[in-house]
Design a protein. Structure first.
Length: 419
């Protein structure tokens, strides 16, 4: 051990540091992407909080790929595989330094599941933290009208806007740091799974006035996450006690309730695998079963009017989970990183009806679209094992062309898993 300690001392460690719990702070970081570009700052804030509570912080910065910056070109080939690379990097840096507990940061489609997967892989105490969503877009001279860049690209392709307006959307469509503010995977999964603190998913990462600095609310999240980690360590509560089949079903229910991404299917299955849950217990059919019961209640982008910052204003993901819990659509007895169950966490959270007048969330009893109209799980001669199709509440979609031929060969209805 003398040689190891000599090396640690050369890196600045003092006598006391060898007696402290070593906490890995894992951050997929790049200064080139808005989803993760605050992670050096967030890691520093987390380290300060760790030191305040008597721990020693140990940084792990990993590669990270932005879907938003790589899609449509060769770089996209590195996107999905980066999820596994990040997971492996975090494991290597945590295990290779005999660290005691771990906090991970995730902010984009692949770095969010990659923030959970190494925790599921290992039995140590742990806690995941999410980065917040971006605020609403603002286009100068167009009023406070939101127009996402993707919509502007489509509008330009249709000849509805000119090049100048497209350029304005490019310059102002994404107002600053944070995950995509629509209901893509980054926004909700770890919180619904019980691996991130309630309410942290929807908090804006930055403000319009200061688009890249960490917000005070995110600083508070960092302190709360570190406190939760130390409490989890005391209780000996590890990710594997939190990521159970029921917790995965909760995450799936929230995906369906809010109209989340089809990527959630890929990532939830990967997390289940890392958590050692047998495929016979949790597989793609669980999505179909949950999806047949959970209606679409979120009026949020990309299918709806509002964004994560609007959801945040009415209480965030906890309100969604409370609505689902009251309707018997999520499991209340799942443990979470607060050290309490889902039902205990939601005890003081209002239902949708109690919120009064708003149209960001609809009640389960009067949803935006009934159950069975979001992500469909399909099987057919084009995809003998399975495929997914996202309707986001569009009940009038007709399958055409090769799709229709393929599915109709087996059954006139595209959904083939029996309820
Ligand atoms: Fe990173 Fe959407 S591109 S969260």
């Amino acid at each position: 051990m003398t040689c190891a300690r000599a090396n640690f001392r050369a890196a600045g460690w003092k006598d006391d540091d060898f007696r402290k719990p070593l906490i890995t702070i894992a951050a997929p970081y790049s200064n080139s992407m808005p989803c993760n570009n605050q992670f050096r700052d967030l890691a520093d804030i987390l380290a300060e909080e760790v030191e305040k509570l008597g721990g020693k912080a140990h940084f792990c910065f990993t590669p990270v790929i932005s879907d938003g910056e790589s899609q449509g070109c060769k770089a996209m080939r590195y996107s999905l595989v980066s999820r596994e690379v990040i997971t492996d990097c975090i494991e290597v840096m945590h295990e290779g330094y005999h660290a005691d507990a771990i906090i991970t940061l995730g902010g984009c489609d692949k770095s969010v599941p990659a923030a959970v997967m190494p925790l599921a892989r290992k039995a140590g105490s742990c806690c995941a933290v999410l980065r917040g969503a971006r605020g609403r877009a603002f286009i100068p001279d167009a009023g406070n009208v939101e127009r996402m860049v993707m919509e502007a690209i489509g509008a330009y392709g249709q000849g509805l806007i000119d090049l100048e307006e497209l350029h304005r959307a490019e310059c102002h469509g994404l107002p600053g740091s944070g995950s995509c503010s629509a209901m893509f995977t980054a926004c909700t999964m770890p919180e619904a799974l019980g691996m991130a603190l309630p309410g942290t998913a929807s908090k804006p990462a930055a403000t319009r006035d200061d688009p890249r600095s960490v917000t005070e609310r995110k600083r508070q999240d960092c302190a709360a996450v570190v406190a939760a980690l130390f409490s989890l360590a005391e209780k000996g509560l590890s990710a594997r006690k939190i990521i159970t089949k029921k917790a995965l079903e909760n995450a799936v229910a929230v995906v369906y309730a809010l109209g989340g991404s089809t990527n959630a299917v890929l990532h939830t299955l990967a997390i289940a695998h890392e958590a050692g849950i047998p495929e016979s217990e949790f597989n793609i059919e669980n999505f179909h079963r949950v999806g047949q019961r959970v209606p679409l209640i979120g009026n949020v982008s990309p299918h709806g009017r509002y964004h994560m910052s609007d959801l945040d204003k009415i209480g965030g993901v906890p309100v969604v989970m409370r609505e689902l819990l009251d309707a018997g659509l999520v499991h209340g007895d799942c443990m979470t990183v607060t050290g309490r169950t889902v039902a205990e966490n939601l005890a003081g959270t209002p239902s949708v009806a109690a919120l009064g007048l708003q149209d960001v969330l609809y009640p389960v009893t009067k949803p935006l679209a009934p159950a069975g109209n979001h992500i469909l799980v399909l099987k057919g001669n084009l995809a003998p094992e399975s495929a997914v199709c996202k309707l986001s509440g569009k009940t009038d979609i007709e399958l055409t062309g090769a799709f229709a031929d393929s599915w109709n060969m087996l059954d006139p209805k595209p959904v083939l898993f029996p309820a």
